[in-house]
Ligand binder design. Structure first.
Ligand code: PLP
Length: 278
């Protein structure tokens, strides 16, 4: 579908425009969500909207009225079956550029559809490479902010080095990937960094913890050091676009046996099964 939703109206993407005085454009002042749509149904929408509410709250913005209804309206109008909803909310337009925002500013709300490439089973079973990078981003990475310059540079660095992801280390601890959360497996136990201000509370992270629990695999949310990461038996990254992406090599370190491990495959298959029957 080429139409986007902008401030209450459906409009052709090619005709949609916003003011150059929008704070999203000038300051990267806003938040976003990316919600997969499977079989014409938004996946885990309430979890995404709960995170959106928290992100808005953390940047001093009000909840957006009727946002769920608008998303459902958007999905109803679309001819597509499987895609991603990109929801972008900025603090709005101001008549002059000023760091200080007025309290009564009207937000800019945009919904569009995107189709991100999802890896197939052959790619997943082959595994991916990653690189370790210093997490130089700001100290509020738990906000799903549209200011993504740090993430953009880190993801580009990974891509230029034929890696799927940059795995980020702050004060010797793993935080997350540049656009994903990270799980590791050591001695048949699955670990993921515990939630704090340095990582996004991934909806997929939570979804995987829950589906693994139904298989009697409890995920330990804890501190993971760089040494733990490099000496793990398995690593995978999680995100809404690709729920489980196994990593078999990190820079020059081979992970485990250098092949995709059983827990990564199990997580991938369980996620796929759940999504297919959604
Ligand atoms: N961490 C970062 C920095 C991300 O950008 C993303 C997804 O875009 C995630 C984690 C995973 O979040 P989710 O599973 O909600 O897509």
């Amino acid at each position: 579908m080429d139409d986007i939703f902008l401030n209450g109206n459906f409009i052709a993407k090619s005709e949609a425009s916003i003011s150059i005085m929008d704070r999203g454009f000038l300051f990267g002042d806003g938040v976003y969500e990316l919600i997969p749509v499977y079989n014409k149904k938004p996946f885990l929408i309430n979890k995404h909207l709960a995170r959106l509410k928290n992100s808005l709250n953390m940047i001093g913005m009000q909840e957006i009225d009727n946002i769920k209804e608008d998303i459902l309206k958007f999905i109803n109008r679309s001819n597509e079956t499987n895609y991603h909803i990109y929801l972008h909310i900025t603090r709005g337009e101001q008549s002059y550029r000023n760091h200080v925002y007025p309290n009564d500013i009207k937000p800019t709300i945009m919904i569009m559809s995107e189709k991100y490439p999802c890896f197939n089973e052959i790619q997943i079973t082959a595994g991916f490479k990653a690189t370790v990078q210093n997490d130089f981003r700001w100290q509020k990475s738990n906000i799903k902010s549209i200011s993504l310059l740090g993430n953009v540079l880190l993801k580009k660095h990974a891509s230029e080095n034929n890696c799927y992801e940059s795995l980020l280390i702050k004060n010797d601890l793993l935080t997350e990937g540049s656009a994903s959360n990270v799980f590791i497996v050591k001695d048949k136990t699955v670990y993921t960094p515990k939630l704090n201000k340095d990582l996004l509370p991934g909806v997929t992270r939570n979804f995987l913890i829950e589906i693994l629990d139904t298989k009697n695999i409890s995920v330990k949310e804890t501190d993971i050091t760089l040494n733990n990461l490099l000496n793990s038996d398995e690593i995978w990254c999680s995100s809404s676009t690709n729920p489980v992406v196994p990593i078999i090599k990190v820079d020059n370190s081979i992970i485990g046996k250098g092949k995709v491990g059983e827990y990564s495959l199990l997580a991938f298959k369980e996620a796929q099964e759940f999504i297919t029957s959604y």
